[in-house]
Design a binder for this molecule. Structure first.
Ligand code: FAD
Length: 373
């Protein structure tokens, strides 16, 4: 497909490049903890002040309502300028909690939360997975009973990214006692400072503690915090996952091309070896990922499988890119924190947001029309 950029789009590109060049924070982003929160919020505030916040959000909700061409342009410039990763602790708020509230929230919920997200005042996390409930999300057990105008929540979530530094959580719980599977669930805005919440960070193999277990003991949440209606949680959660798997990670996907070019520069002394062939393959695969990402921007958002194809290709390609970095660096990888950290983190790319096996099941059943498992 051919994307047509107008002269106005090119002016937009130049403005984005200039602004990014002048505003990108110096120094690497901290991986976790309060320092990562301060860094991410400071960057969001700077984007907001510069008029670059909410670029994918509709203008009616304070965003920029950019055309697909402009979004592509922004992210191309963003990754080329090596701006902070979009997968930092502001990811949930900006890329799927905010869009979910726009799609399913009440006017009151939108009026309270959306401006705070855009202005870089709050961090959100997601509380969907539980011990024993990941791929099969509909089996979740954390539940609430209605008492007056409140929900009283008990249970446990796990792998909740940035829960230890978050202000709010997208909390998916069972609100109809005895209900089964997709029925009787609710998507609730949970204020992380509510009494009864205990957050216990988990260290991953890269040494970062950016996800956590969250325990709920008689946690009282106003019924006004239910998004999309009591018992409508599955529909709302699918809306959230649609944003999470589809275009939320666009910046990350494009960034992989930059990483491949970095590797090519790094491996120049090995040119002519089998490594050159391997790098050429990675460059082609990263270009294919870019093409898939761009095509998605112009398709009907209801197209269900785009996200699964991109998520799968991105996760597996990221692992190949960082494994290649380890092979180029050899023993020096042990001293190179940047590549070795990304290499270890990349293992999670075929788990988070739905595992590779689950994405393959979706592609098999919904695109290829194979029988359900
Ligand atoms: C870095 C990271 C961040 C995360 N952040 C969050 C977060 O913020 N919030 C949140 O709620 N969750 C989060 N998660 C959790 C993530 O969504 C789950 O780990 C994921 O959905 C898989 O669930 P599980 O770990 O329970 O594995 P399981 O579902 O138990 O799967 C175990 C294995 O069995 C395979 N499997 C399961 N079912 C099938 C099937 N039907 N067919 C074929 N194979 C199958 C899986 O592919 C996997 O290999 C995060 C995970 C990671 C790694």
């Amino acid at each position: 497909m051919q994307i047509e950029f107008t002269s106005e789009d090119e002016e937009f590109r130049a403005a984005a490049r200039t602004w990014l060049g002048e505003n990108i924070p110096a120094g690497p982003a901290p991986h976790d903890g309060p320092a990562s929160r301060a860094y991410a919020l400071d960057w969001l505030k700077r984007c907001h002040a510069g008029g670059w916040s909410g670029i994918a959000w509709p203008a009616a909700f304070g965003g920029q309502g950019l055309t697909p061409e402009r979004l592509i342009t922004w992210y191309e410039e963003y990754v080329a300028a090596r701006a902070p990763s979009v997968l930092d602790c502001s990811f949930v708020a900006v890329n799927h909690a905010g869009p979910t509230l726009i799609a399913c929230g009440s006017p009151e919920q939108q009026a309270f939360h959306l401006p705070r997200i855009l202005a870089g005042e709050v961090i959100w996390c997601q509380g969907f997975s539980e011990p024993g409930t990941g791929s099969d999300l509909a089996s979740l057990k954390t539940s609430a009973v209605v008492e007056g105008d409140e929900l009283v929540v008990n249970g446990q979530k796990i792998w909740s990214s940035f829960a230890d530094i978050a202000d709010y959580q997208e909390l998916l719980i069972r609100t109809e006692p005895g209900s089964k599977r997709h029925k009787g669930l609710s998507w609730v805005i949970c204020d992380m400072k509510t009494p009864g919440i205990t957050v216990r960070p988990i260290e991953n193999m890269a040494g970062a503690t950016h996800f956590a277990e969250v325990f709920y003991d008689d946690v009282r949440i106003p019924l006004a915090n239910v998004v999309g209606g009591l018992g409508e949680g599955w529909r709302v959660a699918m809306t959230t996952l649609g944003f999470e798997r589809r275009t939320a990670a666009m910046g990350l996907q494009l960034d992989l091309s930059i990483k491949v070019e970095d590797l090519i520069a790094m491996a120049a002394p090995l040119a002519g070896s089998a490594m050159a062939e391997r790098l050429a393959d990675l460059r082609a695969e990263a270009a294919a990922l870019r093409a898939m990402t761009y095509r998605t921007m112009f398709r009907d958002p209801a197209t269900p499988f785009d996200g699964s194809m991109m998520r799968l290709h991105f996760g597996e390609l990221a692992q190949r890119v960082y494994a290649t970095a380890m092979d180029i660096l050899g023993p020096d990888a042990l001293c190179d924190n940047r590549w070795s950290y990304d290499y270890l983190e990349a293992y999670s790319e075929t788990i988070a947001g739905g595992t590779a096996e689950i994405q393959r099941n979706i592609i098999a059943e919904r695109i290829l029309g194979l029988p359900r498992e």
